[in-house]
Design a protein around this ligand. Structure first.
Ligand SMILES: Nc1ncnc2c1ncn2[C@@H]1O[C@H](COP(=O)(O)OP(=O)(O)OP(=O)(O)O)[C@@H](O)[C@H]1O
Length: 494
């Protein structure tokens, strides 16, 4: 199939070709015609499979057929859970819409509000926003939604969970009742799915993979390691395997700072990104990581959703997320657009319940390995996914080996609890009750300070063509790869 058969007009097809795409991904092939028909869509597809273009391309097409937005009006609104994702989606809108006379804008907190007010004043056909700043601007009278035609919730399940639902409800109240609704994510729990169904009208449901599935292109391992040994084990893994670009996830902001400091002390270039950093520092850390200036980026779940780092080879979970769905998103930062990647998790004995919830959600046992010289003293119990018992520290099984699904209940108990340090809350979250993690500890809030705009978010030399994802295979992808991810024969890993 080619893009030309999907009902998109020449200016959009030209932009898609210039971006280097020749074949639509499965989610694009299904979502684009449904959106063009004006239907509400709920779409689930694995991480890194092109969901952004799946809603952006038909959105641009629909809007290009109508009248431009008058002053202060918005015709399509895309909501995202983090500022970095908002910046990235806005960049996609600009790229795909560059041959169209449509106006787009992005707004999020932590940067000056003045330029956002003046941009909205002229009228915006597609507005990409995080909820808190959007509400602030609406309350100031800077924007009106009277002529809104389409609402998109990117990372819909995250947008509808506890952290965002209040803002989303407020936003829904100010939108016209008659509108098209689109929801995209790699994961949907049953609760969120039911909630989402209340927002959409007779939706077309598109699910191109089993629910909550991890991308097949990501090789996954568990390394049982004692908590106290994790930093040393991480440094050992990065150096021993000569990992060149590693995204490390930490459950807490404080932990992210500490890990980055220890990595730096060991001679590795590292930076931390989390909600207590200024927006300027966040933007800079991500840009430096993308450009290769920084070898290890240590992040909270702020970077778990949607962030697209070209050819990122390695993801490490320094600790496991409290919410199992976040595991799927975290490891989905690698193995994107058909490239291969590796995700490893350092798991201590006290994280066994979190691991069990993750393995149940993704319906597979993650193979276990030992970090040489870091044999844990605290045993990480076997999970109960397979009837067959398997011991700790055994050699790797097939990374794609599936469990028998006996406990394949995709609804985890953790899914309605507060998030860990996934400090993705919007500006207006600041005054809310702090969320608690599963250990009952109060988490810091997403402190948002003023900073630079999201310039330089994606360097020009990056992502210019994801044709590059389809590098010739033959590069190393052994179980301890030191290299960039290799390509699949089929770019979408099917
Ligand atoms: N048709 C295509 N051909 C080649 N590359 C593509 C195509 N569509 C998208 N891509 C590239 O694939 C990568 C992943 O796309 P995208 O970020 O939209 O994934 P996603 O499904 O939204 O992932 P996530 O669930 O993590 O948000 C991007 O770098 C994008 O440029």
């Amino acid at each position: 199939m080619s893009f030309t058969s999907l009902g998109l007009s020449a200016p959009i097809l030209k932009a898609v070709a210039q971006k280097g795409y020749d074949t639509p991904s499965p989610i694009q092939a299904q979502a684009i015609p449904a959106v063009l028909e004006g239907k509400d869509v709920m779409a689930a597809a694995q991480t890194g499979t092109g969901k952004t273009a799946g809603f952006t391309l038909p959105l641009l097409e629909l809007l290009s057929r109508g009248k431009r937005a008058p002053a202060k009006q918005v015709r399509a609104l895309v909501l995202t859970p983090t500022r970095e994702l908002a910046a990235q989606v806005a960049e996609s809108v600009e790229t795909y819409g560059k041959n169209l006379p449509l106006r787009s804008a992005v707004i999020f907190g932590g940067v000056g509000i003045g330029p956002q007010i003046s941009k909205l004043g002229k009228g915006v056909d597609i507005l990409v926003a995080t909820p808190g700043r959007l509400l602030d601007l609406y309350n100031q009278g800077a924007v009106s939604f009277k002529q809104l035609e389409v609402l998109v919730l990117d990372e819909a399940d995250r947008m509808l969970d506890m952290g965002f639902i209040h803002d989303i409800k407020k936003i829904l109240k100010i939108l016209p009742a008659k509108r098209q609704n689109l929801m995209f994510s790699a994961t949907f729990s049953d609760d969120i799915r039911n909630l989402a169904k209340g927002l959409v009208n007779n939706p077309v449901e598109i699910s191109v993979t089993p629910r909550n599935a991890t991308a097949k292109t990501v090789e996954q391992y568990i390394y049982p390691v004692d908590q106290k040994q994790k930093t040393a084990a991480l440094i050992h893994l990065v150096k021993q395997n000569e990992w060149k670009q590693v995204l490390v996830f930490s459950r807490t902001k404080h932990g992210a700072n500490r890990i980055a400091k220890n990595l730096e002390a060991s001679g590795l270039t590292a930076a931390a990104i989390h909600g207590n950093k200024s927006q300027g520092a966040r933007t800079k850390a991500l840009a430096n990581f993308k450009s290769g200036e920084v070898r290890v980026l240590v992040a909270t779940d702020i970077a778990a959703r949607g962030i697209d780092i070209d050819q990122l080879p390695n993801v490490v979970n320094f600790d496991l997320p409290n919410v199992p769905e976040d595991y799927v998103h975290r490891i989905g930062r690698t193995g994107r657009a058909g490239a291969n990647g590796q995700a490893v998790s350092l798991v201590s004995g006290d994280e066994s319940k979190l691991l069990r919830d993750i393995e149940r959600l993704i319906k597979q046992n993650i193979p276990r390995k030992e970090v040489e010289g870091f044999v844990p003293t605290q045993v990480l119990p076997d999970n109960d996914l397979n009837s067959q018992k398997h011991g700790q520290n055994r050699g790797p099984r097939n990374a794609n080996g599936r469990g028998n699904g006996r406990n394949g209940n995709s609804q985890s108990r953790g899914s309605k609890q507060g998030r860990g340090s996934g400090d993705t809350r919007s500006d207006s979250d600041k005054n809310r009750r702090p969320r608690r993690n599963s250990e009952g500890k109060t988490e810091h809030k997403d402190g948002q300070r003023s900073g630079e705009a999201a310039r330089g978010h994606k360097p020009n030399d990056k992502n210019s063509s994801h044709g590059r994802s389809r590098k010739p295979s033959g590069q190393s992808s052994s179980s301890s790869p030191a290299s960039k991810p290799t390509s699949n024969s089929n770019i979408w890993g099917k």
